[in-house]
Design a protein around this ligand. Structure first.
Ligand code: ATP
Length: 326
């Protein structure tokens, strides 16, 4: 068994609901196993600035239900440079931190991988991102909450869309991964989803408008993943308006509200299981792995796999969406 006396924990990159539940689980599992815990504030920036405090069980009381992250999060350009990581390592030595738990998305785990390799530090990652875009795990902490937030918001837009017989393009987060837009579309009964994995099929939208909106529907909802390539919901709406000036086209950009809110039960349970598993992994001498979940079983996914592989989206779901929107 690895001899780890003190674990540092940080959240990095975009915040995601459930990060607090994960912080709580890591902290309490570590203390249960007689380790010290240090909370590192503002992600890797906190490692460079030495913004670190000891965490006891009561530091994580009453946070399981809170969105965001009590440790705050930040993006650190300095940590991308070897010199920045050298300073971060000095902090780790000074604070007597033996291992790190990093909660974040693709970028945060890429940073963790490089840091672990350079300085031979045991690091375990937790997939904390609403985008669900990490390979080797069925889902990520925050994804379910974001999906439910999108569903509630779009249900409300549907009411007004129907009353005014409008065609709504609703922009969803996920510029590199369409999980939120596609599954969100299924959850709200949208007519279509425009996702980054399948840009070439964008013209199917015209088919939808010809056969769906014009023929029988008195409202239509299309979820569009944010994108510089298509111009997102605004870009799609402009294209459609040009071609079909008779339609009452509107755009809503859901924006940051998708990140906030109290985590769902699914995210709280996932974060609690993954947080506890991070400490188990460290005690088993695992390093450079992300905790994942596959078929309801906790798995260890090497960082190299989790961040390098594109997580495939289930293309059959697009067809299901098309069939259900007739
Ligand atoms: P989200 O998926 O929510 O955007 P993320 O973890 O992918 O979250 P990023 O902004 O990509 O967010 O990364 C967070 C931080 O991780 C960066 O600010 C940087 O400090 C560190 N990081 C990212 N990529 C690297 C890299 N190649 N080398 C070193 N550090 C990195």
């Amino acid at each position: 068994m690895a001899n780890i006396k003190c674990v540092g924990i940080l959240t990095s990159g975009g915040d995601a609901p459930g990060m607090n539940a994960a912080i709580r689980a890591v902290t309490r599992t570590a203390i249960y196993n007689e380790m010290e815990v240090k909370g590192i504030y503002r992600g890797y920036k906190g490692l460079l600035d030495g913004e670190i405090i000891p965490f006891k069980t009561n530091n994580v009381s009453n946070i399981i239900q809170q969105g965001g992250t009590i440790l705050k999060t930040a993006r650190s350009t300095e940590f991308r440079d070897p010199e920045g990581r050298r300073i971060a390592y000095e902090t780790i030595q000074k604070e007597k931190i033996d291992a790190l738990v990093v909660i974040g998305g693709d970028g945060s785990l890429t940073g963790a991988r490089i840091f672990a390799q350079e300085y031979n530090i045991p690091i375990v990652g937790l997939p904390g991102t609403i985008d669900n875009d990490l390979f080797g795990t069925d889902t990520t902490i925050g994804y379910d909450t974001a999906l439910n937030t999108i569903m509630e918001a779009v249900d409300k837009i549907r009411d007004t869309a129907t009353s005014h017989e409008r065609l709504f393009f609703i922009e969803i987060m996920g510029r590199d991964a369409g999980f939120l837009a596609l599954n969100g579309a299924l959850a709200v009964g949208a007519e279509a989803a425009i996702i980054p994995e399948i840009w070439t099929e964008v013209d199917q939208l015209e088919e939808l408008i010809e056969h769906g909106f014009r023929k029988s529907k008195n409202s239509s909802i299309v979820l569009v993943a944010e994108s510089e390539i298509t111009g997102g919901a605004m870009g799609m709406a402009e294209r459609v308006k040009k071609k079909y000036p008779q339609y009452d086209v509107r755009v809503t950009i859901l924006g940051h509200l998708q990140r906030g809110g109290s985590p769902t039960a699914t995210d709280r349970i996932l974060a609690s299981r993954m947080g506890a598993a991070a400490i188990d992994a460290l005690m088993e001498d695992q390093r450079n792995v992300m905790i994942g979940i596959q078929n309801d079983t906790i798995v260890y996914v090497p960082f190299s796999k989790a961040i390098k592989n594109d997580k495939p989206i289930n293309r059959d779901l697009l067809n299901t969406l098309r069939i259900l929107s007739i």
